[in-house]
Design a protein around this ligand. Structure first.
Ligand code: GDP
Ligand code: MG
Length: 724
């Protein structure tokens, strides 16, 4: 018999499916077997508003992984017959446990209505379930039912029909995060599955990837038969299994289950279930969470933890950072000894060693920071932080999970936007992910901090630390406001209502933390060895060529020879010193002239008519352009451009800037604002493109620079007006 609509009843065994099925279809039913197996198939018909509806009572299951025949039958029915809607009948007495199956329907994306059955018992026990809230959080109709008395069945069928008609057979798979260990693998598996077109007509790719990791026999078998894809997936799975065993001492299956239950807990914890009088079973994690995510203690503890991590990172990181710096200083001295003055030495020392060394200098700091982050993440506390931040971030169109990318990018000064942008991967919704990775680079990353310290020290004497503090506050405020604007304009769309997956607390293993730390640090080191190396050479070339015309060089050299000769013949010490200073000055003037003559110098000069609005002269322009390649370049370029040479350090540069007639407080503030906000560095942009698309990466470069310039001009003009 033909039907207008097919609806399937699914749920855990003993949730009341058959009872509901009988209540819906009455006597109009038939019982048979599913083809080839002894699993019973109940099918019946009912009428609803002139529609003829076919209802199927699926076998009861706890999961949709093909562990048992029932599960296989239920799943095959859903993907082969594609019913218009599924009614998931759950025993509302144990909502959390029952939702484990429901979540897998959601991940499949099938149109679905949730029936909270056994509500009579729930009410009697004194528990209350906020059905409306649950419905909002799960994005689906939720109906309270008592199958035995037929309560709620009309509403249930009405919702199922409405849902089936509205969705017209379209499946919308839900994507939840499975944490930093599995998410990247799932992404890789998805691209393999999509590229191979493996069963993509029947299942969402991510769902197949998940089932493969969970050890689903059917999917594995089919993949093995499909040829190459089977081997690729098997290889990835084996690698992941080993990785999870070593780092978390758990199997992928267990981790997946943890995250599913965490996700469910994050839904039911939001005041969905409240009990009046009845004693609840409080598990270990719940007990801890009572304190750690307490309304008042929670945030205070979080701030303390973040602050502690910040202090520890810098205190401990300082020491090995000194070693790395010392190593590169010695290396450049050694290379200088081995080479003759000239282009080669300049390329090696000023280009490659200075550029790559500047980046590698941050490796120890980053490793210590990641050590802390890995600990917070592996222990499960990170998820709680995001959970607490969610309420705030949601106002701005972001998600609780955005907090980590912000912090890693420099929300606590000293991070790096590259891992920050990568960290945005765990965000469940693409819109929120985009908003996060477009705004995270506003944070004061480790490469921007030296600029702030330099200018803070030069123009706000003695208060460099509070300058940094206010810059950090400013960065957060800007990031949040910009995110809000973006989410209400170019990336408009619904917020993901789910807070976070709250995995159970685990005591992290030392080995696991070390491996996680190293994985992240290695990404950063690779960046130094590839992009930064190439970019350093390019910048060096732009600042070196074309070189000064012959006659200018000759005149400088003559001048220097003359002074040197005078110094040699000078008899008293004072005079020698003065002449030496004169010599240095001449060399500096030569370097500055050469810089101005170079390609970079010409571009910087060419931009002056516009940039002077914000108070940037040609030397600032070169530094800022270099900063697009890598923010580390800003201070080193200012050093060269202000002709300080390599002899005096940064303190010397601060002194020089303070004395320079071109610089004043207004310039400094404008410069700081611009550096804080303008285009992310090149590596961040490439990472962004990888995580989203080149279109968004380009957008990020352009909008941030326009915003930064507008604010810098505003600040500079205001400063001039106020006479600073
Ligand atoms: P199935 O395994 O999902 O098909 O579950 P059944 O329909 O066989 O129901 C399991 C048991 O729960 C039976 O004893 C039903 O009478 C009982 N039951 C079903 N729905 C309700 C309900 O809403 N309230 C109560 N108290 N019992 C119910
Ligand atoms: Mg039954």
């Amino acid at each position: 018999m033909n039907a207008d609509l097919n609806i399937a009843l699914a749920g855990n065994p003993n949730a009341g499916k058959t009872t509901m099925f009988n209540a819906l279809t009455g006597a109009r039913q038939s019982v048979g077997n599913y083809p080839g197996v002894t699993v019973e198939k109940r099918e019946g018909f009912m009428n609803f508003e002139n529609l003829r509806i076919n209802v199927v009572d699926l076998p009861g299951t706890y999961s949709l992984t093909a562990y048992t025949q029932e599960e296989l039958v239920a799943r095959n029915y859903l993907v082969n017959e594609r019913p218009h809607a599924v009614i998931d009948i759950v025993d509302a007495n144990s909502l959390d446990r029952n939702l484990y199956l429901g979540l897998q329907f959601m991940e499949l994306g099938i149109p679905m209505v949730l029936a909270l059955n056994m509500m009579d018992e729930v009410r009697r026990s004194g528990k209350r379930i906020d059905t409306k809230k649950l419905s909002r959080l799960l994005h689906m109709p939720v109906v309270e039912t008592v199958a035995r008395t037929g309560e709620g069945r009309q509403e249930l069928i009405r919702e199922a029909v409405a849902c089936g008609r509205k969705r017209q057979g379209e499946w919308k798979p839900l994507k939840i995060s499975y944490g930093p260990d599995l998410d990247p693998v799932l992404l890789d598996m998805c691209s393999l599955i999509e590229a191979a077109g493996f069963m993509s007509d029947r299942y969402p790719a991510r769902w197949l990837a998940l089932k493969y990791l969970e050890g689903d026999i059917q999917i594995r078998h089919l993949a093995a038969q499909a040829g190459e894809i089977g081997e690729q997936l098997a290889g990835l799975r084996e690698k992941t299994e080993n990785h999870c065993r070593i780092t978390l001492e758990a199997s992928p299956e267990a981790i997946i289950a943890d995250y599913r239950y965490g996700f469910i807990a994050s839904v039911t914890k939001q005041g969905v279930i409240s009990s009046t009088g009845q004693k609840e079973r409080i598990i270990f994690s719940d007990k801890i969470d009572r304190v750690l995510t307490h309304r008042f203690f929670g945030p205070s503890l979080m701030i303390s933890v973040l602050y502690l991590m910040f202090v520890v990172t810098f205190r401990i990181g300082e020491v090995p950072m000194g070693w790395v710096e010392a190593f590169f200083t010695r290396l450049s001295a050694a290379v200088s000894d081995l080479t003759n003055p000239g282009l080669l030495r300049s390329l090696l020392v000023d280009g490659i060693i200075a550029g790559v060394g500047g980046v590698l200098g941050f490796v120890p700091l980053i490793m210590v920071m990641f050590l802390g982050i890995s600990f917070l993440e592996d222990s499960g506390y990170m998820a709680r932080m995001a959970y607490m931040m969610d309420r705030v971030l949601r106002i701005f169109g972001l998600h609780g999970c955005s907090v980590m990318p912000f912090i890693v990018s420099g929300g606590i000064p000293g991070g790096c936007a590259v891992p920050g942008v990568m960290g945005a991967r765990t965000l469940p919704s693409d819109l929120e992910k985009l908003a996060t990775l477009l705004t995270a680079p506003f944070m004061p990353c480790g490469a921007k901090v030296p600029v702030f310290l330099l200018l803070g020290g030069a123009f706000f004497r003695g208060s460099a630390a509070s300058v940094l503090f206010w810059i950090t506050i400013g960065a957060w405020v800007t990031a949040l406001l910009v995110a809000w604007v973006l989410r209400n304009t170019v990336i408009r769309g619904e917020a993901t209502p789910f807070v976070m997956e709250l995995p159970p607390y685990r005591l992290p293993t030392l080995k696991g933390i070390c491996i996680h730390t190293w994985e992240r640090a290695w990404q950063y080191i690779k960046k130094a060895g590839t992009f930064i190396l190439a970019i350093s050479v390019l910048i060096w070339a732009a600042m070196t060529f074309p070189s000064l015309p012959e006659e200018k060089m000759v005149s400088f050299e003559k001048e220097q020879k003359r002074i040197a000769a005078l110094a040699e013949s000078a008899d008293d010490e004072k005079k020698t010193e003065d002449l030496q200073a004169l010599l240095r000055d001449s060399r500096n003037r030569q370097a500055q002239a050469a810089l101005r003559y170079s390609l970079a110098g010409r571009i910087g000069t060419g931009l002056e008519p516009v940039s002077l609005l914000a108070g940037f002269d040609w030397r600032s322009n070169i530094a800022l352009i270099g900063g697009v390649a890598a923010k580390e370049v800003i201070v080193s370029t200012l050093g060269t451009a202000y002709a300080m040479g390599g002899e005096s350090g940064e303190s010397g540069l601060a002194e020089k800037l303070r004395k320079d007639p071109h610089w004043n407080v207004a310039n400094a503030v404008s410069f700081i604002i611009f550096v804080m906000l303008y285009s992310p560095c090149f590596v961040t942009i490439v990472t962004m493109a990888k995580e989203s698309s080149w279109k968004w990466a380009a957008f990020s470069m352009i909008y941030t620079t326009i915003l930064a310039f507008a604010l810098a001009v505003g600040a500079y003009q205001a400063g001039i007006f106020l006479g600073r």
